[in-house]
Design a protein around this ligand. Structure first.
Ligand SMILES: Cc1cc2nc3c(=O)[nH]c(=O)nc-3n(C[C@H](O)[C@H](O)[C@H](O)COP(=O)(O)OP(=O)(O)OC[C@H]3O[C@@H](n4cnc5c(N)ncnc54)[C@H](O)[C@@H]3O)c2cc1C
Length: 548
């Protein structure tokens, strides 16, 4: 049984874990990453389904920590595909010599904190034991695939796959009758491509989602040149915007104050430009006022009706049960057009729900659909799934999964009270999935690195949030969410896709810029809301840790 001694153990080898390794190693902390998969990349290692690509432009959705990296790396398309993003992450791992501190094929099963020793002991599935003063959970928000427990799945005679565990060698659907279950972001990316291969594609839709055109294209060389020439300023700007994307500042105009003609021109321009962030930041009441939101929602429904030839299918595809943007806004290439193909059928799984998977296919309340293959695009146990799967506890004290039974409780989405020296990257209660996530990952890692450095410099060894600070932060997260339309949707943001999961709005929607300012102020004010302790359990007054 191998035993490893570290300053910092990082769990997860995606974009978050790798950047944490890079940053902490440079500060002289002995750091290792433990990753369940057989390669680095996280999301981009696992999600190899057809059509997988980022939905934020690659010039934005990329690391900003190295000027050389961002200027030298060439993105071939406006929105990079999964293989290209994975290639980029592997390039980063090689370029910054990260691999020697990454342990692959190592799933961490438990993490137990010993208060007297002030150390975390992590145990991996293979029995490896890791002892570390600090533990950083970079386990991802969308890393626990959810295969619905349909009755009869094991009896299915064809092949089935979940988008988040897609075989590395790919799946050839040529000539097959295929069922796609789900119509969220992932399904919307895979459906147009599977439709081109399958003899017939059945899409089982329970809830229609809003999707906007990506207008993906080969990278415009001049645009890339201009963007890169201005990279430093753009990255700084991104960090102050609501969603962490440059060029989309906090909107100031109300949709309701604009005339219908002006609004329409604006929506048409955004529709033609492609992308989701333009819509999300087009008006300051877009995500706040139902009436304002409805103007954009109806515009998108009109586009769906214009694109899809069969009016019944168009009506089924036009979402009416949630405000636009209150669920993850999808981005597509030819999604709605796909329903004009003769070999594609939209199955309304709301009025005739799926009852079971049979040996031959899918049985709904209406009829049986014979299938050779099923692709589950049913999402993830989002935001808390990966953390709840690890037995995280304090010896003789609390168990994280039990503490979170009514929903996640954190201070800033960075730490949870009662669990000293345990950090989360993009944890619940931070902008996380409501942002360009690499901006949020870098911000969290930088904050943690600065904090550990400050602790070390000042001879301190333990940090944890106070219960009061956590209660106040959770209340603030909820209050901000309740002032928006987000909680109106039954989305994975509230855990609605997981039976029995508590309905709590998990991300912080106050915006990347405001959140970042708050985190910086807290550090500058002597890590307000945290309790710091010296080695040997001598409790110090709060605020004795000062930021460098
Ligand atoms: C299909 C898809 C498309 C996306 N597109 C975008 C986009 O366009 N823009 C955007 O901002 N975000 C996007 N996201 C969100 C994406 O998850 C983040 O942008 C980012 O990749 C997260 O990086 P991460 O390192 O935090 O987590 P992940 O990439 O999820 O990595 C976490 C890693 O932790 C590992 N792990 C988990 N538990 C354990 C354990 N117990 N032991 C060991 N290892 C463990 C997992 O195997 C995984 O490799 C997308 C997500 C998906 C699923």
């Amino acid at each position: 049984m191998a035993k490893v001694n570290l300053d910092v153990a990082v769990v997860g080898g995606g974009l978050g874990g790798l950047y944490a390794l890079y940053r902490l190693r440079r500060l002289g902390f002995t750091t290792r990453v433990f990753e369940a998969g057989s390669g680095v990349g996280g999301t981009w290692f696992w999600n190899r389904y057809p059509g997988a690509r980022c939905d934020i432009e690659s010039l934005e959705y990329s690391y900003s920590f190295s000027e050389e990296l961002q200027s030298e790396w060439r993105w071939p398309e406006r929105y990079a595909t999964q293989p290209v993003i994975l290639q980029y992450i592997n390039h980063v791992a090689d370029r910054f010599d990260l691999r020697r501190d990454v342990e692959l094929n190592t799933r961490i099963a438990s993490a137990v904190y010993d208060r007297a020793a002030n150390r975390w002991t992590l145990t991996a599935g293979d029995g490896t034991i890791i002892s570390a003063r600090y533990c950083v959970m970079a386990t991802g928000n969308l890393s626990t695939p959810r295969v619905p427990d349909f009755k009869g799945l094991e009896s299915f005679q064809g092949k089935w796959h979940h988008s988040g565990l897609w075989p590395a060698e790919g799946v050839d659907f040529t000539g097959q009758r295929v069922g796609v279950i789900g119509t969220g972001s992932t399904a919307i990316q895979m459906i147009p491509l599977i439709a081109r291969q399958a003899s017939h594609l059945y899409v089982f839709q329970r809830t229609a989602n809003f999707s906007l055109p990506a207008r993906n294209a080969a990278m415009d060389v001049e645009r890339e040149r201009q963007h890169k020439a201005d990279y430093a300023r753009r990255r700084d700007e991104a960090r102050t915007t609501p969603f962490g994307v440059s060029g989309y500042p906090l909107p100031t105009q109300s949709a309701l104050a604009a005339s219908p003609e002006e609004r329409r021109r604006n929506y048409e321009r955004l529709w033609d430009e492609g992308g989701t962030i333009g819509f999300l930041t087009c008006y300051n009441d877009f995500l706040v006022s139902e009436e304002a939101n409805e103007t954009a929602a109806e515009f998108v429904r009109e586009q769906i009706r214009r694109t899809v030839h069969d009016p019944k299918v168009a009506e089924l595809l036009a979402p009416k049960d949630h405000p636009i943007g209150s669920k993850r806004l999808c981005l597509d290439t030819g999604y709605y057009e796909t329903y004009n193909r003769d070999n594609v059928t939209l199955v309304d799984a709301r009025s005739a729900p799926i009852e079971e998977i049979t040996p031959r296919g899918v049985l709904t309340a209406d009829r049986e659909y014979e299938l050779d293959a099923i692709a589950f695009a049913t999402g993830f146990d989002a935001m808390t799934g990966a953390l709840r799967e690890i037995d995280i506890r304090v010896e003789g004290g609390e168990v994280l999964a039990e503490k979170w039974v009514g929903g996640p409780l954190t201070y800033l989405g960075l730490m949870s009270a009662g669990f000293p020296n345990l950090f989360m990257i993009t944890g619940p209660g931070s902008p996380s999935v409501k942002s360009q996530m690499i901006v949020s990952i870098e911000q969290h890692v930088d904050w943690i690195a600065r904090c550990l450095d400050d602790l070390r410099t000042q001879g301190l060894a333990r940090i944890e949030p106070t219960a009061d600070a956590e209660v106040a932060w959770v209340a603030h997260v909820n209050q901000v969410a309740d002032s928006t339309l987000y909680p109106r949707a039954n989305s994975w943001y509230v855990g609605a896709n997981i039976p029995g999961k508590p309905r709590v709005f998990m991300p912080y929607v106050g915006g990347v810029g405001a959140y970042r300012r708050r985190c910086d102020e807290i550090a500058a004010n002597g890590y307000e809301g945290f309790e710091v302790t010296a080695e040997g359990n001598a409790a110090l007054r709060q605020r004795t840790l000062s930021a460098a």
